[in-house]
Write a protein of this length. Structure first.
Length: 330
């Protein structure tokens, strides 16, 4: 599919990945509309910082409302559905919120896309649905393991979206990115937590379990993967991983970031950052064979290059003040 003359909507556009995706889509599409979660301050989240803000139609609302969602998708050709609650620790204390946003929100978007005859619907999943790897690299046939309320809500949302493909022939693609990082990421994520603690001069740096491994992907690579999946007709009705087929432990990640920031600091164990024992996902490494076969996707940004870009952004005065490194954000 050529996006040049298409009307494209991004839900969750005010968030980390969504705001970057909007920036990537503007030069490619006929029209880009961006959904920001409604608030009385009329604040558009990270869309306030994108360079193309004046080229985007920003709409405030909530995917949890079916009536709003149906009107939102009127005249839309392609939907990138990213709106979700994603913080795993918060899902332990507010699980119903995740069902409302992630499951009901996805249902509303799929129903609205069906009614409005959208040409493509790309649903954002997560590697957390796989749980701790039973084998690596993890391909799309790996068992799904709901090890947190968050991952359970995403498993349900993915299944619901795919049911619309099977039942109503809705042109759905499930994009399943592994761990994304980069500028604008939320404070609760591991890389922003490390960088902001180091930048504030904290020593030792507080972390939880440092043994888990993650497949880390720079946000621009992930956004490019989303776009390629939407452009390919071969991905309709498919679930497709986006990842690098590599892994690094949290401990090694910490020391890599410390080296890149010229910091000689120590680690401190913080029990408040530990997941419940059966909930921790200890190993994630992506098998990206499928996306490489279906599209021309290849990850472009090596980990250290991506970390340098991320460090540069987070340590800029205008951005570091937005983060509270002294507070553990669930």
């Amino acid at each position: 599919m050529d996006l040049k003359n298409k009307s494209v909507l991004v839900t969750g556009a005010d968030g980390f990945i969504g705001s970057h995706l909007v920036e990537e889509l503007v030069p490619l599409c006929g029209k880009v509309r961006a959904l920001s979660l409604y608030n009385s301050f009329n604040n558009w989240g990270w869309l306030e910082d994108v360079h193309c803000k004046n080229d985007v139609e920003v709409i405030c609302g909530d995917v949890r409302d079916a009536y709003f969602s149906q009107n939102l998708l009127t005249g839309t050709d392609v939907v990138f559905h990213l709106a979700a609650l994603i913080a795993i620790p918060y899902s332990y204390i507010a699980p119903s919120s995740y069902i409302d946003t992630n499951v009901l929100g996805t249902l509303n978007i799929c129903q609205a896309a069906q009614v409005n005859r959208c040409e493509r619907v790309l649903i954002t999943s997560t590697s957390e649905v796989y749980g701790t790897a039973k084998y690596v690299p993890i391909d799309e046939s790996h068992p799904l393991q709901p090890q947190s309320p968050y991952s359970a809500s995403k498993i349900a949302a993915d299944a619901l979206a795919m049911s619309f493909y099977s039942s109503f022939d809705l042109p759905v693609t499930i994009a399943r990115p592994f761990n994304t990082y980069g500028p604008r990421q939320s404070a609760r994520a591991i890389i922003p937590s490390i960088i902001t603690q180091l930048a504030s001069g904290k020593n030792p740096v507080s972390l939880g379990d440092t043994t888990p491994t993650r497949d880390l992907n720079y946000v621009k690579d992930v956004c490019r993967g989303f776009i390629m999946l939407a452009q390919s007709d071969q991905t309709i009705g498919e679930t497709v991983n986006i990842g690098s087929d590599s892994e690094i432990s949290v401990k090694d990640l910490f020391y890599t970031i410390a080296r890149l920031m010229n910091q000689n600091v120590e680690l401190a164990f913080d029990k408040d950052r530990i997941r419940p024992p059966k909930s921790e996902v200890f190993r994630l490494r992506c098998d990206n064979t499928k996306i490489r076969n279906l599209t021309d996707y290849r990850p472009d940004v090596p980990l250290e290059d991506g970390l340098k870009h991320t460090i540069q952004w987070f340590t800029a005065k205008e951005y570091i003040i937005k983060y509270k490194s002294e507070i553990y954000n669930v």
